[in-house]
Design a protein around this ligand. Structure first.
Ligand SMILES: [Fe+2]
Length: 333
């Protein structure tokens, strides 16, 4: 049933061909950081990791960098940190800038996500809407919804949800074929599934070999081959929340012409000379937990939706995220 949090505004709709133009920039190493969720410590961890690279990477925060940061100081820290780099909009940033207050959190949650989760998410964004000033709103409104980057000659499409919608769910772990049965059972996924043919068609129309996304919460990487050409989808899950069982760290996607898997890489692949890895954003649980509780104490909407994940992670293991011919990295102990 459409309604706040489940609606898909016309402004969300995209075509993969919109990624097919000239790249927005070129680089040799790129970080794609989705779903920071207002975790300023994860942002600091990403920037610190970037500073330790042999050559400075470009960083793209691909949406939902705000969300749980209803404390004005926290919001300002995230806003300043993100805009020191490149950014694209997520549904949260859309909801903060749209005149349409029926959009709710803007997540376009599918039917299989519980009404209680959707209602909580709407309440979070309703509170967050009171935080940004006009300048911040204007900055967020000016962000692109997606972009294409050139990483060492490889075209990389960066979206928030999927190439057809800002808040699309078709690249969710539970949605993609072949099925991850545990993901489908835990989420209650109801189809249609996203086939390899669809992913390849998107990549061809976008003129990219890699699609980076976030939005749907659970990370994975999966390669596809068609007519001898290889393609890759990397969903980074959340940079600002734990993603795996027993691991209190966010995840970001690192793409580089450097062929060596990073020491902290959790899983990755070399795709025609481009190295792509999921690496941790080690933000320090206690600091983030304290920020979270200050903004969202027990009984609040976000506490109900996120406290358990922040404390305990998810059910997901790295094995679930390592799909196709992607392999576990040296960072898996
Ligand atoms: Fe999102």
């Amino acid at each position: 049933m459409p309604g706040p949090g489940r609606s898909c505004p016309v402004a969300y709709r995209h075509r993969p061909e919109e990624l097919a133009g000239p790249p927005a920039f070129a680089c040799t190493t790129l970080y794609v950081v989705g779903g920071l969720y207002g975790n300023a410590h994860a942002l600091e961890a990403v920037v610190a990791r970037a500073a330790a690279e042999p050559s400075p990477p470009e960083i793209v925060f691909n949406g939902d960098f705000h969300y749980l940061d209803t404390d004005p100081g926290l919001f300002a820290a995230v806003e300043a940190g993100v805009h020191a780099h490149r950014a694209t909009r997520g549904n949260v940033e859309y909801a903060l800038t749209a005149d349409d207050d029926t959009v709710g959190c803007g997540c376009d949650y599918p039917d299989y996500v519980a009404d209680t989760v959707v209602a909580g998410s709407n309440l979070v964004v309703e509170q967050l809407r009171t935080v940004p000033d006009d300048r911040a709103r204007a900055r967020l409104a000016a962000l692109p919804h997606q972009l294409t980057a050139n990483v060492g000659g490889h075209r990389v499409g960066i979206v928030h949800g999927d190439p057809e919608s800002l808040a699309g769910w078709r690249l969710a772990l539970e949605a993609v074929d072949p099925p991850d049965e545990r993901a489908r059972a835990v989420t209650g996924f109801t189809g249609p599934a996203t086939t390899s043919e669809t992913v390849v068609d998107w990549c061809r129309r976008a003129g990219v070999s890699v699609l980076c996304c976030t939005h749907t919460g659970l990370p994975y990487a999966q390669d596809h081959t068609a007519d001898g050409v290889r393609y890759l989808v990397v969903n980074n899950g959340c940079a600002g929340l734990p993603n795996f069982s027993g691991m209190r760290c966010g995840i970001l996607t690192r793409l580089s012409v450097d062929p060596h898997p990073p020491d902290d890489g959790l899983y990755g692949i070399t795709l025609d000379g481009l190295r792509v890895d999921a690496v941790p954003a080690r933000y320090g649980h206690d600091r983030w937990h304290a920020d979270f509780l200050r903004c969202w104490p027990p009984g609040s909407a976000a506490h109900a939706n996120y406290a358990a994940r922040i404390e305990e992670g998810t059910w997901l293991t790295v094995d679930h995220a390592t799909r196709g011919t992607v392999t576990a990295g040296p960072g898996v102990s």
